[in-house]
Design a protein around this ligand. Structure first.
Ligand code: ADP
Length: 397
């Protein structure tokens, strides 16, 4: 069965087509700069990457090119062969604790939740509409970034703010990257060969979050009401003293939008280093002795360690610590800097094993009290699995 996994942003559209249940990737690609000038798309097929510069005035046009590629490359003979399309949706709040089939009511609920994800949810809806137009007979599903975190108990998701803010304005922790945390923790349980497990997942990319997963259920995560909580990220500050915000507004005259931009786009690794949000640039400049890049690196790994320590205590131990996403999978020095700070827990890095990028690997010594793994994330396959299961269910009804 052919299933498409789709991730629509405001100006981009990523896709991966699977043959399910074999989980074989048939074609993948990304449309960029949709609705902006110089738009283009790249597709990966048979190990080859092809780029095409085309005008992409909106998402519908992009899906049009996508369907053309699918047909011309004989991935499908007819679009009706595509039985399911899974759409990544950032914010499902407490309304969705799992993947669902998108009907009119679900579309409305995703739209209503846009107030909690003003950039992301509307983009997902645009994607859903565009694909429904071309593939009206397929089962369309919404896979929520927040769903995996819905098992968090109240004591983890509440903020110590006026209770009415929760009741009247839905202010609570929702988390994000849930699909990645779910995939990596599932994979870790497979590697460990046991279901009753305590796993810490460190998803460290441009955005970063850490989660504590007990017996397959998330009990806490570092992102909060929005993705700007927890660890230090490329351009986001993560946890800060909330009173800094009114203070800076008072002394500078900045308004809420200016502050939002500063804490989301100008902080994190970029804010501290003054050079870049990209951990590779930070690494190179730190090696060359740049003090602010060295500080950024140290702050980054220290904050990750703080969360690992917190979750270790909350879970009463840990069976595995996993690293994933751009930095977690590829930055040898960041992993070393984090793991070296965990010696008190009896964790010992295997420097040779750690010398890898982007592959699944145990990176601690055999006498390390807790094994640490690199596990490349795969959100797309999770989207495809859920969509395949729902498409099968719908077909049988
Ligand atoms: P996003 O959150 O945008 O999906 P990614 O998961 O792609 O982000 O991660 C991007 C981050 O991964 C960047 O900071 C980048 O520098 C880092 N990264 C990617 N490759 C490497 C590498 N080889 N070494 C160090 N860092 C890397």
């Amino acid at each position: 069965m052919k299933i498409l996994a789709v991730n629509a942003g405001s100006s981009s559209l990523k896709f991966q087509m699977y043959e399910m249940p074999e989980e074989k990737v048939l074609i993948s690609g990304v449309f960029e700069r949709i609705g902006i000038d110089n738009s283009f798309y790249t597709i990966k097929l048979n190990g080859e990457k092809i780029r095409k510069d085309v005008e992409l005035s909106n998402h519908s046009v992009a899906v049009g090119f996508l369907t053309k590629e699918l047909l011309e490359n004989n991935i499908v003979d007819s679009l009706d062969e595509i039985k399911g399309v899974g759409h990544r949706v950032v914010q499902g709040a407490d309304k969705f604790d799992r993947t669902v089939i998108v009907d009119e009511n679900v579309e409305k609920m995703i739209s209503d939740l846009s107030c909690l994800a003003p950039l992301h949810n509307p983009a997902a809806l645009v994607g859903i509409k565009a694909f429904k137009e071309f593939m009206p007979n397929a089962t369309h599903t919404a896979v929520f970034d927040t769903a995996f975190h819905q098992t968090m108990p109240e004591v983890a998701y509440m903020y110590a703010l006026p209770y009415e803010w929760y009741k009247d304005y839905s202010v609570r922790k929702y988390g994000a990257h849930g699909t990645s945390h779910k995939y990596v923790s599932l994979r870790a349980r497979e590697i460990l060969g046991k279901d009753d497990s305590k796993i810490i997942v460190c998803h460290l990319g441009n955005g970063g979050s850490i989660s504590a997963v007990v017996n397959g259920k998330c009990i806490d995560t570092s992102m909060g009401f929005t993705p700007n909580a927890g660890v230090i990220m490329g351009t986001r500050c993560g946890d800060i003293d909330a009173s800094i915000i009114p203070y800076i507004m008072n002394v500078t005259g900045m308004n809420a939008n200016d502050i939002d931009t500063a804490i989301n786009k100008k902080s994190g690794l970029l804010g501290i280093s003054g050079i870049s949000s990209d951990s590779r640039d930070i690494e190179i400049n730190a090696e060359n002795g740049n003090k602010r890049c060295i500080l950024a690196q140290e702050m980054f790994s220290r904050r990750v360690v703080e969360y690992i320590a917190k979750y270790y205590v909350l879970m009463g131990g840990a069976d595995a610590i996993c690293f994933t996403a751009g930095i977690g999978e590829n930055s040898i020095s960041t992993r070393k800097s984090i793991i070296d700070k965990l010696g008190v827990l009896g964790i010992k890095l295997d420097e040779n094993a750690n010398n890898i990028r982007g592959e699944e690997k145990l990176i601690t010594t055999s006498d390390s009290k807790i094994p640490c793994y690199v596990i490349p994330t795969n959100e797309e396959v999770m989207i495809a699995r859920d969509t395949y299961n729902l498409a099968m269910e719908e077909k049988n009804v």
